[in-house]
Design a binder for this molecule. Structure first.
Ligand SMILES: [Zn+2]
Length: 220
């Protein structure tokens, strides 16, 4: 793998791609740009560009052009991105992916790998909808994968565990099916360019990272 690899991570919510992004970042010395997190923080801090904020407030969708512009200005064109990168959550549409290709080509750069952390939809739903958290100390459990010793009770402090609103199965199903469509369109796009590597997303994060290491090879 190149010294400064440029990598895109694809995968459903629950696939653990956020964790994999951090592991790749540490192993290869490249920054991770998580676009979802970035846009949420801009919104929280009231720092969204005014024309985008106006669109959202009017109930409109942020266009591909808007997203491209923000990602270029806030990350791709910065010094930080010159040592390579891991992109998580961008591109989100085929139009954004085509824009990114064009942007990199103009600078004689290219993507080194697009990695799909592949997880069956039903597994992704169980990973998220099974989550229970302790409202007191933030401990996280999963009713399918890492149960507390006593059902519904935090092992650390004995408080009653809760399920976050966003983690309820009905809302998770809607969210995941949307992401599934998005991810499939992007995987087809990169597959057609022979740029897609698929790794199984089951098992613990170390197992998954081992598979990614096989794809990427050692830092050169
Ligand atoms: Zn607790």
């Amino acid at each position: 793998m190149a010294l400064h690899p440029r990598i895109i991570l694809l995968g459903l919510p629950g696939s653990g791609k956020g964790t994999q992004g951090m592991l790749i970042s540490h192993a290869f010395g490249v920054p991770v740009f998580s676009s979802g997190e970035y846009f949420r923080s801009l919104r929280r801090e009231g720092k969204l560009p005014s024309e985008i904020a106006a669109k959202i407030n009017a109930g409109g969708l942020v266009s591909d052009e808007d997203v491209n512009k923000v990602v270029v200005e806030s990350f791709l064109s910065t010094r930080q991105a010159q040592v390579g990168f891991v992109l998580d959550g961008y591109p989100r549409t085929v139009a954004q992916a085509a824009f990114l290709d064009e942007y990199l080509t103009k600078q004689n750069l290219h993507l080194d790998a697009t990695i799909l952390v592949d997880l069956p939809v039903e597994t992704a739903i169980r990973r998220i909808s099974g989550r229970r958290v302790c409202p007191v100390d933030g401990s996280v459990y999963n009713v399918y994968y890492s149960k507390p010793a006593k059902e519904g009770t935090c092992d650390q402090c004995g408080a009653s565990l809760i399920q976050r609103e966003d983690d309820r199965e009905e809302s998770v199903r809607i969210r995941i099916s949307t992401y599934d469509m998005i991810t499939k369109a992007l995987t087809t796009y990169y597959e057609e360019q022979n740029k897609l590597a698929t790794v199984a997303g089951d098992g613990n994060p170390e197992d998954v990272f081992g598979r990614i290491r096989e794809v990427l090879g050692d830092p050169a």
